[in-house]
Design a protein around this ligand. Structure first.
Ligand SMILES: Cc1ncc(COP(=O)(O)O)c(C=O)c1O
Length: 440
């Protein structure tokens, strides 16, 4: 088997150390960095640092590179576009790539009937826009979000985000946000290891005890929670949400920023949920590394906002639009969705072995190739073990695989390798991960 991983210095090497030291002097500490390496270039599923060490990338820029690093068709499209038009602003006039991308997203989302799309620059900005649209469309103010949910770090999205570690000293937060329990079966404190649907009952009870259903503009949910630990929403739960939204005229927003664009084996995770949302937010892998987000929803909702109520200078930049059109072509014409399912099946199979053989592996879960491994100190108490994850992450880096943590308790390893990873590369990277998991 030919090897991709090639470590030629210690990790981090001297050039990485020098650049990281400069970063530490020039950039605020609050900007987290998972690994102390400085990157020079990346292609497909491989990343090479400034010292010439080549790694396998199991993070994909945090779920941004499902279509792979520097995919040639994307690079060509960006080159060609850069020579013609880099920026104009959709607030000033129109360029065709913006319109074409919106048309294609309107056709692709699992929402029946006429849809419209507005483009923005980041996942957080996409979520902000979705909330604004839902508020104006319903004339209501309250939002229901979930425990463990992550929606970004702007003021509105940080208010929607659950994990308090992100929120320290940053209040006051946006009012009228109500938090419901998320169906996180493995660490559920309601049903004691055997799901009885208590969290769904609790959500409905909230409408009696916390907020009037007729004051709720939107329920926002990640169909597979990302930062929260790669937890798929059970289909039956999503169906209950849809029914509640229908009953009370609430907008159902699916935040597919991390779980979208092929990660789960379908272009959108909502395709597997048996019900439609009203609005879908996509970002990350939509444009293979160019900053872009899209808010796509039912046209009658999207059109409710007054002129000037949504938008921004850069949203839907031409370079990002052509990159996203190429990504959509790759998903339409290639086998990336099949790859996603296959990669997921291979990881799950390995995960089952770990669950049998390694007491610290509590849960291996996900949808398609969006898979996380949850570590616990003890299988019975399910006490989270974040230290195991820190050790695994460091072991993997030292052996040439880039991974990243996740989870409400920071006790999960999340896997988001580019879907263009070859079978040999996947096996090579999983062998390192296997050794890492067994080392704790
Ligand atoms: C589900 C979800 N929503 C929103 C965001 C925020 O996206 P961004 O970091 O591009 O602002 C993220 C980022 O990780 C995310 O995972």
């Amino acid at each position: 088997m030919s090897k991709t991983i090639n470590l030629v210095t210690e990790v981090p090497g001297p050039k990485s150390r020098a650049i990281v030291a400069r970063r530490e002097a020039a950039v605020p500490n609050g900007l987290y960095k998972a690994h102390p390496i400085a990157i020079d270039h990346a292609h497909g599923a491989t990343v090479t640092d400034v010292d010439g060490n080549t790694y396998l990338d199991f993070v994909g820029g945090i779920g941004v590179l499902n279509a792979g690093h520097t995919m040639p068709a994307v690079v060509d499209a960006i080159h060609a576009q850069a020579q013609k038009l880099i920026h104009f602003s959709a607030l000033v006039g129109t360029y065709e790539s913006y319109v074409e991308l919106c048309e294609r997203l309107n056709d692709a989302v699992p929402i029946s009937g006429a849809c419209k799309t507005i483009l923005a620059n980041s996942g957080a900005e996409g979520v902000e826009n979705a909330i604004k649209i839902a508020k104006v469309a319903t004339g209501r103010q309250a939002i229901i979000a979930f425990e463990g949910g992550y929606h970004g770090r702007t003021l509105m999205t940080l208010s929607l985000t659950s994990k308090t570690a992100f929120k320290k000293n940053l209040g006051p937060f946006v009012p009228e946000i109500y938090r419901a329990p998320f169906p996180y079966e493995y660490q559920c404190r309601m049903c004691q290891n055997s799901c009885s649907g208590a969290c769904t009952d609790q959500l409905e009870r909230m409408l009696l005890t916390h907020v009037d259903a007729n004051a709720v503009a939107a329920i926002i949910i990640e169909p597979v929670q990302g930062e929260g630990g790669f937890i798929p929403v059970p289909k039956s739960y999503m169906q209950r949400l849809r029914a509640l939204c229908d009953k009370y005229g609430i907008v159902l927003i699916a935040d597919e920023v991390q779980c979208g664009f092929g990660r789960t084996g379908t272009l959108f995770a909502m395709e597997q949920m048996g019900v439609e949302p009203d609005i879908i937010v996509t970002a990350k892998s939509i444009a293979a590394g160019m900053p872009l987000a899209a808010v796509t929803g039912r046209a009658e909702l999207m059109d409710k906002v007054h002129i000037g109520g949504i938008g921004g200078t850069y949203g839907g930049n031409p370079l990002a639009c052509v990159a996203a059109i190429e990504v959509m072509n790759q998903f339409q014409d290639g086998d990336l969705l099949e790859r996603s399912k296959k990669i997921g099946a291979q990881i799950k199979a390995l995960g089952e072995t770990w669950q049998r053989e390694i007491p610290k592996v509590g849960d291996v879960r996900g949808l398609g190739s969006m898979i996380a491994i949850e570590f616990v100190k003890d299988r019975t108490t399910r006490e989270p073990d974040p230290d195991a994850v820190a050790k695994i992450s460091s072991y993997c880096l030292q052996h040439g695989v880039i991974t990243m943590r996740a989870g409400l308790y920071t006790n999960c390893v999340r896997l988001l390798m580019p879907l263009v990873i070859t079978d040999e590369q996947l096996q090579e990277g999983l062998a390192v991960l296997d050794a890492a998991v067994r080392s704790v």
